[in-house]
Design a protein around this ligand. Structure first.
Ligand code: FPP
Length: 244
């Protein structure tokens, strides 16, 4: 049976402002095709491109994607190298395309672990797209929530020691301001592909009240209509934020 066309069913007045995605399943997708994991990641990049375009044309304000986690360094060297190569190709492409694109890009995570050239490209891309008015694309690179929260705590303590902040003023809002996502609204909707139902150290603080959508599709197969389906389901949930 053909899947419904979800785009026509969306209420354009109540779109999620911020969608976060755990793009999982590249490896399994490649294995099914008897291909290398790198082949799967490359296909994952193409799926990402489609979803960025779809989110932007729909008018979604923020999209955060989990591209490389603090734990991903533990993968075989060959796979880490191929992900780094892909990341650099991706950055080069975006640097080239940025003139004709309306997408604003920034990175969350600790980029100091990347080589200097990669760090420079990331900074350049952030600067070049800073004044763009379209989708805000946040790419999570060497990102892990526990690492992010640890870095935030260190900075809060350091600022308190220098009397830049008072301990009495530490509250949820101040903590949010010390996270990498400072200034970005919390995700309304978190999508994870590949049938796995876990959060894997992604935006733990920020997803306190997000709606979760788990797709059985492997990331390279996830397409525009799957995104619309997730948004459709989100629009039909009853968000109560702990109230009744
Ligand atoms: C999880 O699939 C995916 C990743 C660890 C990387 C996600 C990267 C992309 C979608 C490509 C875009 C990347 C960059 C750097 C711009 P998995 O490998 O864990 O799949 P598996 O669970 O099936 O093994």
């Amino acid at each position: 049976m053909d899947k419904l066309n979800y785009k026509d069913k969306l209420k354009m007045t109540s779109l999620p402002k911020h969608i976060a995605i755990i793009m999982d399943g590249n490896g399994r997708w490649a294995k099914k095709k008897q291909q290398s994991r790198s082949f799967g990641h490359k296909a994952g990049t193409k799926a990402l491109e489609k979803i960025i375009k779809a989110a932007d044309s729909l008018g979604i304000a923020h999209l955060t994607v989990y591209a490389f986690s603090t734990e991903n360094w533990n993968r075989p060297k060959e796979e880490v190298n191929s992900l780094m190569k892909l990341l650099n190709q991706y950055l080069n492409q975006y640097l080239k395309d940025s003139k004709n694109s309306n997408i604003k890009i920034d990175v969350i995570g600790d980029i100091s672990k990347f080589d200097k050239d990669t760090q420079d490209k990331i900074k350049q891309l952030q600067e070049l797209t800073y004044n763009k008015s379209g989708l805000n694309l946040h790419i999570a690179l060497n990102y892990g929530s526990r690492d992010e929260i640890t870095r935030a705590i260190k900075k809060i303590i350091s600022d308190a020691t220098k009397s830049k902040i008072n301990i009495e003023d530490i509250n949820a809002s101040l903590i949010s301001n010390y996270l990498d996502t400072n200034g970005i609204p919390d995700p309304d909707l978190l999508i994870r592909t590949s049938g796995e139902k876990r959060i894997s150290n992604f935006l733990l603080w920020q997803i306190a009240y997000s709606e979760l959508f788990f797709s059985e599709k492997l990331w390279p197969d996830f397409d525009e209509n799957d995104l619309y389906e997730a948004i459709f389901e989100y629009q039909n949930r009853d968000r109560r934020y702990g109230s009744i």
